[in-house]
Design a protein around this ligand. Structure first.
Ligand code: BT5
Length: 237
């Protein structure tokens, strides 16, 4: 199960960092929730703004067999979309790992792993969702808060419990039918194959058409030349 073991911290630098440091003290499926983070982080050292009122937590996995990090990111993205759908919020997954509503970021996911002698010993999936929190002026154009979408405060514990339940069911279904997860993920994904997007290619913003989407690559046709954009590159639109 996910969240059977739970630690709630009033304040921590980052729940991902906390679990990466302390993974030995927790079981598979444990979660660490913070009321606020003082150094919440996104990918590639970016800052994740996480004041009181949001859902900021990390899940620990100690898989016995190797499972790619992308799988966990997909599973939690789908779980979050399913829970938001229950609240009648039509959110979508913006490639590779963001949850968006009306062109604005509602939630981000950060998947990390800890290795010992080349063996992955812990996987930490960090989830940050704007729920009842404020967002700073500089993010107002690009970010959104759940309470402003549904026009009322939403219970953090409800979201936490639902996301974990959905993610657990998806994880079990992944074991039996791995390709089904990719199918569901693609259904909620923006952009879709065939759509036009803008990407940052060698420092320049260029427009192209998405030819194919794989786990961690977008293949884009830019005027006849096909480039592979890895998830670490920034997709502009
Ligand atoms: C992400 O990174 O979207 C992953 C965010 C993961 C946060 C969770 S919270 C619990 C756990 N503990 C952590 O320390 N992290 C995880 P990325 O795609 O790199 O997006 C980062 C960018 O999103 C920033 O550069 C800002 O532009 C923007 N941003 C920062 N805070 C935001 C917020 N609260 N809401 C929306 N956008 C935000």
């Amino acid at each position: 199960m996910i969240g059977e073991e739970i630690e709630v911290l009033y304040e921590v630098d980052s729940t991902n960092e906390f679990l990466k440091k302390n993974y030995k003290s927790f079981h598979d499926g444990a979660i660490v929730v913070a009321i606020k983070q003082t150094a919440g982080k996104g990918r590639m050292g970016r800052t994740w703004y996480s004041p009181e009122g949001g859902l900021w937590y990390s899940v620990l996995f100690k898989p016995k067999i190797h499972v790619n990090l992308h799988v966990y990111t997909k599973i939690f993205s789908i779980a979050i979309i399913e829970v938001l759908n229950k609240l009648r919020v039509k959110a979508y997954i913006k490639w590779p790992n963001d949850i968006y509503y009306n062109d604005k970021k509602l939630c981000g996911i950060l998947a990390e792993s800890v290795s010992l002698n080349d063996r992955v010993v812990a996987i930490v999936i960090g989830i940050g969702m704007n729920v009842n929190n404020e967002i700073p002026e500089e993010l107002k154009q690009s970010a959104i808060v759940l309470k402003d979408i549904v026009k009322k405060k939403v219970k953090i514990t409800y979201l936490l419990d639902e996301i974990n339940k959905h993610a657990w069911n998806l994880l079990i279904s992944y074991r039996n039918e791995p390709e089904n997860i990719t199918k569901i993920w693609k259904k909620h994904l923006v952009p879709r194959e065939g759509e036009k997007i803008k990407v940052n290619n060698e420092g320049e913003t260029v427009e192209g058409t998405v030819l194919k989407i794989s786990d961690d690559m977008l293949y884009i046709d830019i005027g006849g030349k096909v480039i592979g954009v890895q998830s670490i590159h920034k997709v502009i639109e």
